[in-house]
Design a protein around this ligand. Structure first.
Ligand SMILES: Nc1nc2c(ncn2[C@@H]2O[C@H](COP(=O)(O)OP(=O)(O)O)[C@@H](O)[C@H]2O)c(=O)[nH]1
Ligand SMILES: [Mg+2]
Ligand SMILES: [Zn+2]
Length: 372
């Protein structure tokens, strides 16, 4: 974050603070929004400005028991003022939305529920920008990556929006590309944006109205940080310099970071995600493939596998060209992955339960215990 922000204090409402959050703030503590985390400490934005705070023993204990309890970017935290004037991060307020990697964890009204050993990538995000660069060398985008990120976005509880970035690089191919991308994102807004000329940036900004928080996801080099700078109207994030030797960029964004925007709203920049595993994301996957789900309702058999069954509406749609075959393949793949991950987590849960019972049985076998 630019150092100019360091001294200024923040109007809490400009950080997304509202009455329902206020109702959950423990008495005597101060609200602050987590802008960035480093090992054991967080940078927060609050009425007292931009502060670095350490975690209380309570937070450290909770995080040791379950990493989901670790503060993450976007979290609302409650700070305790220590006698010497410093602050300590004493508690996290329940999360409205959360991206959880490698863990279970569905968001319910009371925050994350269920057993989980995941890592929260970002919390309290309203809008997810899935950034996919328009490349001049190939005319198609990585639709599979878009679908995967959309599943993650839906599952988090936030609203996804797809951004085809670097729209200046495709020229005439843009319309075709936009249609391709839209076919992978039913029910999702798809916009073209060029952060260099500023074209489309206002539409992106429109999604932040009402002091919403967005996160930008996408591969390294997709133009995420450049977009964040365009939204901010100043250079807040470093962007990749293209190396002259091989024309490839270097990774520059290493931290996830929450940036309050001058024009309102907040945006979280992220490092490129190499590969994010789906984890227990059945519903997120269903949302991404709502077009196939709808078709499937018209299959003759309720348990149609959309393979070679007679009366299959999905196969019929592929044959008449209204559904790209790639979509069905991608759906099968992501469903298999989600199911595999879910079964793995079940296995882990079963093992944990077994261990628990082993301990109880051992206790019961101890000498001196009454046995039936
Ligand atoms: N032509 C063009 N280049 C862009 C645009 N946005 C970003 N870039 C370039 O793409 C490269 C990667 O951008 P960066 O924002 O660092 O990507 P990130 O890794 O997703 O944060 C940089 O060299 C940018 O200058 C755009 O709209 N048009
Ligand atoms: Mg970046
Ligand atoms: Zn079918």
């Amino acid at each position: 974050m630019s150092s100019s922000n360091f001294s200024t204090s923040f109007e809490l409402s400009s950080l997304g603070w509202n009455d329902s959050l206020a109702a959950e703030l423990p008495a005597g503590l101060l609200p602050a929004r987590v802008a960035r985390v480093d090992r054991g400490a967080a940078e927060v934005l609050c009425a007292d400005g931009h502060l670095q705070v350490h975690y209380s023993a309570h937070v450290r204990r909770a995080a040791a028991a379950d990493p989901v309890a670790l503060p993450c970017v976007g979290d609302w935290a409650a700070l305790r003022r220590l006698p010497e004037g410093r602050f300590e991060l004493e508690a996290l307020l329940p999360r409205r939305t959360a991206f959880v990697r490698g863990g279970v964890g569905r968001v319910s009204r009371g925050g994350l529920s269920g057993d989980s050993q995941g890592q929260v990538l970002a919390a309290n995000v309203d809008v997810v920008f899935v950034a996919e660069p328009a490349l001049h060398s190939t005319d198609t985008a990585d639709l599979g990556r878009i679908e995967r990120l959309l599943a993650l976005a839906w599952e988090s509880g936030a609203l996804p929006v797809v951004l085809v970035t670097k729209s200046d690089l495709v020229g005439d191919g843009l319309d075709f590309l936009m249609r391709e991308v839209a076919s992978a994102a039913p029910g999702v807004d798809v916009h073209a944006v060029c952060s260099v000329s500023g074209e489309g940036v206002d539409i992106v900004r429109g999604h932040l109205e009402g002091t919403r928080t967005a996160v930008v996801l996408g591969a390294s080099g997709a133009g995420k940080s450049t977009l964040v700078n365009a939204l901010a109207g100043e250079q807040v994030m470093e962007t990749q310099q293209v190396r002259a030797s091989d024309g490839r960029g270097r990774h520059t964004t290493v931290h996830r970071e929450l940036i309050p925007l001058r024009d309102g709203g907040l945006v979280i920049d992220t490092p490129g995600i190499r590969r994010i595993g789906l984890y227990d994301m059945g519903e997120g996957v269903d949302m991404v493939f709502s077009d196939i789900e709808e078709l499937a309702e018209r299959c003759r058999f309720a348990d149609c596998g959309h393979d070679s069954e007679p009366g299959c509406a999905v196969i019929a749609a592929i044959e008449d060209g209204s559904l790209p075959e790639r979509r069905l393949e991608s759906w099968n793949k992501l469903q298999r992955e989600a199911a595999w991950m879910a079964s793995r987590s079940d296995a882990r849960l079963r093992k944990e339960l077994q261990n628990k019972w082993k301990i109880i049985h051992k206790e019961m076998r101890k000498p001196g215990r009454n046995r039936p």
